[in-house]
Design a protein around this ligand. Structure first.
Ligand SMILES: [Fe+2]
Length: 326
């Protein structure tokens, strides 16, 4: 009985020090940089050790054994980050190989890997600078290219598990296309709005993971989730090359959704476009609790948010999406 109590205390202490990790992020490393934990009969156990090789097959075996959630110990987190940093360097070097479509896809994979690391450690300045350079590089490339955006957007795959890391790039590519289409903003504005859109959800790194994939949230959970926009602005303030106007857009990037009961509240058109394109990409992507909606259903939702206050902008959005999704 006594040993069971000690075991239970040990298990609870361990739980407090374990951080969730996705197997997908470990597959790319090929070798585990730290011990991997899972829960078995209410106990947390090491299911694979640092130095063990790790592949898609290993991941499949763990799922077949019934493990669903995986963790690493917080003391070993620096090793996890270091391994991914080395992986990022390797991916960066591979950008000099292959045709331009392959290189572009490499750039996006590089961004997704960097974002995954930033979500683990959003206050790492070196990671943030590296990510900003990668986003800036992609933005300049897309601004100068003709006809790439449609192909690039439609070739992006999104699984429910990847949503958190793939959604920012998908919505930013679509936003950049829309901003080029409406011809209201200059290249510098578009570049900054691309960066703004890409980094707007970095505050999700401070939100409990359980809330990310819940279909129905309680009022208090919704309040916590809604704080991610303010968290994003706080995390980025003074650390990136975006002035306060863009940080305010980040703070307001859900304003049109959150203020829909009060049509008197007006937000800048940049925030509105970032918000509705984010909704479009989110609704047309699969989530763990539902399948992807059709573009028509997503546009019906967006129409209810934009009309009558932003009727003209809604018309432009429909025209643009018609061209993009053909
Ligand atoms: Fe958001």
């Amino acid at each position: 009985m006594m040993s069971n109590s000690f075991e239970s205390i040990h298990n609870n202490n361990l739980l407090l020090k374990l951080n969730p990790v996705s197997l997908r992020s470990l597959i790319s490393l090929k070798v585990l940089p730290c011990n991997l934990y899972a829960q078995e009969s209410y106990k947390f156990i090491i299911i694979s050790r640092a130095g063990d090789s790790f592949s898609r097959d290993h991941a499949k075996q763990f799922f077949l054994k019934g493990y669903r959630y995986f963790f690493i110990h917080e003391d070993e987190q620096p090793k996890y980050i270091e391994a991914h940093r080395n992986e990022l360097l390797k991916t960066t070097r591979s950008l000099s190989v292959g045709d331009s479509a392959t290189k572009l896809q490499y750039k996006i994979e590089l961004l997704n890997k960097g974002l995954r690391l930033l979500y683990v450690n959003p206050i790492d300045d070196e990671l943030l600078q590296q990510q900003q350079r990668s986003v800036s590089n992609l933005s300049q490339f897309l601004l100068n290219e003709k006809g790439t955006i449609k192909k690039l957007y439609n070739s992006q795959k999104m699984t429910p598990e990847q949503f958190l890391y793939q959604q920012p790039i998908n919505s930013s590519i679509l936003l950049l296309g829309m901003l080029k289409f409406i011809k209201v903003f200059n290249s510098n504005d578009i570049h900054n709005l691309f960066m703004t859109s890409y980094l707007k959800d970095i505050g999700m790194s401070l939100i409990p993971h359980q809330l990310e994939d819940k279909e129905y949230l309680t009022d208090s959970e919704r309040i916590i989730l809604n704080k991610h926009a303010a968290h994003s602005s706080e995390i980025l303030s003074g650390r990136i090359n975006l002035d306060n106007n863009y940080l305010r857009i980040i703070e307001n990037h859900h304003a049109i959704t959150q203020n829909q009961d009060d049509p008197q509240i007006s937000v800048g058109i940049e925030s509105v476009l970032i918000n509705v394109i984010d909704i479009f990409v989110a609704m047309t992507s699969p989530r763990p609790y539902r399948q992807a909606e059709t573009p028509y259903v997503a546009l019906e939702k967006i129409k209810s948010l934009m009309v009558p206050q932003y009727s003209l902008e809604f018309k432009y959005l429909v025209h643009f999406l018609n061209k993009m999704l053909k």
